[in-house]
Design a protein around this ligand. Structure first.
Ligand code: HEC
Ligand code: HEC
Ligand code: HEC
Ligand code: HEC
Ligand code: HEC
Length: 284
């Protein structure tokens, strides 16, 4: 009789470990696909030589700045922007290996735009792009983002110190206000998705969805067209609300799962107690 109860218990336990096994697997899947968990680019000659004593002191900070950048995290290294061959120390900076050197200010937008296609298009069509092309008086990408220490974009790039270099802050302020609410909502959803991920919930599709909404929304800034931004904000609000609904549901499911785990634990505790009492019952 006891052996049968033990067998039943063993079966139950193995079933439970499958439940927890899934949970763990999902957790790891969520964790390992997080963008920031990607490995750093392998050591290469551009970085080695540019960080060495051989480098001119005024250029030494570049590798350090780059290492702290959003690009470094996403494995965009020196040669991805400047060309050249990071695996061959002698010919690393040879034009025959695709090295293009340092872009002139006028070349910067297309230099960055070979990867940021949507943005460079918005930019050239904007008041800034047109002024930059006509007279060099508009800002280019590096005026606002820097070149090596480029960080994840944020609405706070729009600030009085930067935006009053060439004109008054009025239009910049209006733009920031128009962008603020949507940006705030996106930031909150990002945190909630991260929280769900750390709880082991599989939210990759939602993360991707949010990422593409965010990317599209942020491209919009570069038009510096206040009316356009105001008009399109409604459309973005609707898309964000839909995603918000899904996230709420996932939180509800998570709460349910927690209760379920607690329930399973209780069942085990009950079973354990029964088994204990049973084993104490005197045998005839
Ligand atoms: C063996 C050392 C060495 C290697 C390897 C190396 N560099 Fe350089 N690089 C230098 C030095 C030294 C300078 C400064 C030259 C000067 O200003 O006289 C320089 C300058 C540069 C410049 C500025 C050029 C300009 O037009 O002003 C860029 C951009 C650059 N390197 C990128 C790279 C990239 C990308 C790689 C890898 C594909 C690389 N470097 C590999 C030593 C190196
Ligand atoms: C996101 C693209 C990007 C990446 C990645 C990048 N650079 Fe640059 N780099 C630029 C731009 C744009 C300029 C020109 C504007 C400037 O001087 O700030 C530049 C300029 C330079 C210069 C000339 C600076 C001067 O003052 O003359 C050097 C040297 C250089 N880069 C080296 C590197 C090295 C080494 C790496 C990797 C550690 C690297 N860059 C990674 C975009 C990039
Ligand atoms: C070889 C392709 C490539 C080039 C060239 C390049 N970038 Fe990027 N950039 C990326 C990738 C990949 C990411 C990371 C994915 C992302 O966040 O969109 C990124 C991210 C960024 C971000 C942060 C985006 C965010 O999500 O907040 C900014 C800002 C940025 N790049 C600006 C620039 C500027 C300015 C230049 C030129 C000096 C430049 N990039 C050149 C590929 C590139
Ligand atoms: C390097 C100089 C420079 C910087 C820095 C700069 N701007 Fe401009 N901006 C211009 C020029 C030039 C124009 C076109 C002439 C004008 O309308 O004043 C312009 C126009 C504008 C316009 C009107 C566009 C239109 O179509 O009517 C807005 C809005 C604007 N800028 C916002 C900003 C914001 C926001 C920042 C800071 C993130 C900024 N600017 C930083 C030079 C600059
Ligand atoms: C006048 C300042 C300014 C200029 C010029 C500018 N940017 Fe931006 N950029 C911003 C601001 C501000 C944001 C963030 C907007 C937001 O959060 O809504 C941003 C966002 C971005 C992003 C993030 C978008 C995403 O996918 O999340 C990238 C990438 C980027 N810029 C690249 C560029 C490139 C490439 C150029 C040149 C062609 C450029 N920027 C020119 C201010 C500027």
């Amino acid at each position: 009789m006891i052996s049968r109860i033990l067998l039943a218990l063993a079966l139950l336990l193995s079933a439970a470990s499958v439940v927890f096994g899934d949970y763990r697997e999902e957790f790891e899947k969520g964790f390992l696909t997080k963008t920031w968990s990607g490995e750093q680019p392998a050591e290469n000659f551009c970085i080695e030589c540019h960080s060495s004593d051989a480098m001119k002191p005024e250029l030494l900070t570049i590798a350090e700045e780059w290492k702290a950048s959003w690009h470094a995290r996403h494995k965009i290294a020196c040669h991805d922007c400047h060309g050249g061959d990071p695996k061959d120390a002698a010919l690393a900076m040879s034009p025959h290996r695709g090295f293009v050197g340092k872009p002139t200010p006028a070349e910067v937008p297309d230099f960055c735009g070979k990867c940021h296609l949507g943005i460079v298009k918005q930019y050239w069509d904007s008041g800034h792009g047109k002024a930059f092309r006509a007279s060099g008086k508009g800002p280019n990408c590096t005026t606002c983002h820097g070149s090596h220490n480029i960080q994840k974009a944020h609405i706070d790039i729009i600030n009085e110190q930067l935006c009053t270099k060439c004109h008054t802050y009025d239009r910049a302020r209006t733009m920031k206000q128009a962008l603020f609410l949507t940006e705030k909502k996106i930031g909150e959803l990002e945190k909630e998705i991260d929280r769900l991920k750390s709880e082991g919930v599989f939210v990759d599709d939602d993360a991707k969805n949010l990422f593409s909404i965010q990317a599209e929304f942020r491209t919009l800034f570069h038009s510096i067209d206040v009316d356009l931004i105001k008009n399109r904000t409604d459309e973005f609000s609707a898309r964000i609300s839909a995603l918000e609904g899904r996230i709420r549901n996932l939180f509800r499911e998570l709460a349910y799962r927690r209760n379920f785990s607690a329930f399973i634990l209780l069942v085990f505790a009950g079973l354990g107690a029964t088994l204990y009492l049973f084993s104490k019952t005197p045998k005839e």
